[in-house]
Ligand binder design. Sequence first.
Ligand code: BGC
Length: 736
Amino acid sequence: MRHFSVAITSLTIFLSSLMFSLSAQANQPVWCDEALSEDEKVEAILSQLTLEEKVKLCAAQGKFTTPGVPRLGIPELWYSDGPHGVRAEINWNDWGYAKWRNDSVTAFPALTCLAASFDPDLAYLYGQSLGAEARYRKKDVILGPGVNIYRMPLNGRNFEYMGEDPYLASVMVQPYIRGVQENGVATCVKHYALNNQEIDRGHINVEVSERALREIYLPAFKAAADAGAWTFMGAYNQYKNQHCCHNEYLNKILKEEWAWDGAFITDWGGCHDTEQAVKNGLDLEMGTYTNGLTSESKFDYNHYYLADAFLQGLRNGKYSQEQLDDKARRIIRLLLRTNLNSHRPWGSLATGAHAKAAQKIAEGGMVLLQNKDNMLPIVKAPKRIAVIGENAIRNLMQGGGSSELKPKRVITPLQGIKERFPEAEIVFARAYDSGKAMYSNEGKPTHNLDSLHAEAVRAAAQSDIVIFVGGLNKNHKQDCEAADRYSYELPFNQPKLINDIAAVNENVVVVLMSGNAVETSWAPKVKAIVQAWYAGSEAGYAIASVLSGDVNPSGKLPFSFPKKLSDNGAISYGQLSYPGDGVKQVYMEDILVGYRWHDTKKIPAAYPFGYGLSYTTFNLSNARCDANTYASDGKIQLSIDIENTGSRDGAEVIQVYVSDVKSSVARPYQELKAFQKVFLKAGEKQTVSLTIPVSSFAFWDETSSSWNTEAGDYMLRVGNSSRQISANIRVKVKAE
Ligand code: BGC
């Protein structure tokens, strides 16, 4: 019997090789045959491959590459971080930079900034531009975007994600994916799932209710799968006591429930077991070291869990041909979509157009948090401006972990401000020194901190206005992978600095560069605050445009700024909730993440979700729906008039939050279900129409394990921030 099946297999391979060479004779490899569908091509290629060739596809051959099939001319796959630009080349076999001279790129703003734009068109522009750079750099897979939900403000990687709201992240992630993949470059959506902190990320077991999983932590991943992301990356942590890179439950949701046809990739070194990897949907194993896990050099890539051990298990019958073929099919599909696609564009690198795109995204995402006495914009520069703070001169693309970039150019805030206000005398004071950005150690200052502090206060006293450029940076234990932040306060003695500067100068503008909320009890002392994120290569120009009013700020916070850390839901439950006991953590705040917590528990945030000021004013009026009563599968058409009542052009984000008036289960006070950014000239008025599917009102019903849109009354709250609601409209959902 065994001999018979071997004979059949050999015959199949022989026949298909014949077909293959026939099409090759026609000078056309099978993947170029326009008459074949993607599925037919997959099957045609699959039928050519030997057992060994299929297994080879499944594991790395270098830090950022997996093998092709040399015998058939099928190329290797090349990967790169992600998600804010294409990372510099890394050595084949270790984490050192390869020091190429052709790998300088455009650094795009961090994903928090993109999310803050509330502008899906910018997400598409981001994806298109990044995809073109990845393509030019000959990358087939870009490791991003990240859509883990912002659960609390200490997570070292929040800056790589899209905020605390699953709906916002879902809307923003889809055009990013489309834009990148139009270049024939795959996105890799990470980190699936529940990777919401860096402390103990390699092993911590996350306990979370099914409802919070479905309502909060999975929707953006589902949106990414629906948008057709070609790959996903597993998270390092565990869920249901199984690592997420080969997790039975999460894999079933992704590949069976959502019917996703892409290839599932480990995070680097995230695979721990061959059997689980084979059975639970891991397709591509990538590694941190050459045994896939923790140690270097004496191993080689054949020691990966999906390499020799997998092959052996297939040969001795432990694993089945079907298990192997499912992985091989998914990888072939990825190849067809990327480097076997002869129609993909060629890409371009660090172009003027990409710099413009980066600046536009940065400008679109900046959030004006405070503007007393209309301090901003600085329309007419005063005689002397003090620019104070290390972030005014720091390359914030360095550090942060795997998202670190080597930009072709960096416009610092100091340069941007100098160029924008040539008529003013600009005095710069560094004010603090945080040392070199390092991944796993804190940088050591090389300056005397007391003299820096004193010099800054002196400069402030002698200037007409102060632009303080501070915040966090990408150092270890700031906004950086592999560890969480030390504390919620601004680091490097900045609160004292701001207080001391404000004591000698009453015109202080604070520009915060960070990917996380920070404590802001110093805010009453200063006039204006701009949340400027990590704004990429063109950060300095974008900041100068916002400060000068060339661009009217229109970003909105994609996460809440709690007044104090303990006001955050996850933190308020103590150690078991965050950061856990070293083995497990329990998401005790459940579905009440971010503003859902603040609003439901009536704990006001310092700056709430969806909040952001403008240099103009808007009036929202006449909000109405197209009916009073809807079927549970119906669609609500909500219209509202909006007028720019100020004297500057600008943009406002109309936001619709929904509350279930009476529910059989506890629900958040309100949840974002629609938004639209509207650009209006000064004095212009528009009617805006938003479509809201009634099904989006559903909660995850743990008793039936399905979405449940209960009949009854719902309140639609329309406004320009979660805490600034201009109209409440009551609608009814009919019983089935
Ligand atoms: C990170 C991933 C990254 C990978 C490759 C891991 O440590 O968690 O996000 O893509 O390294 O650099």
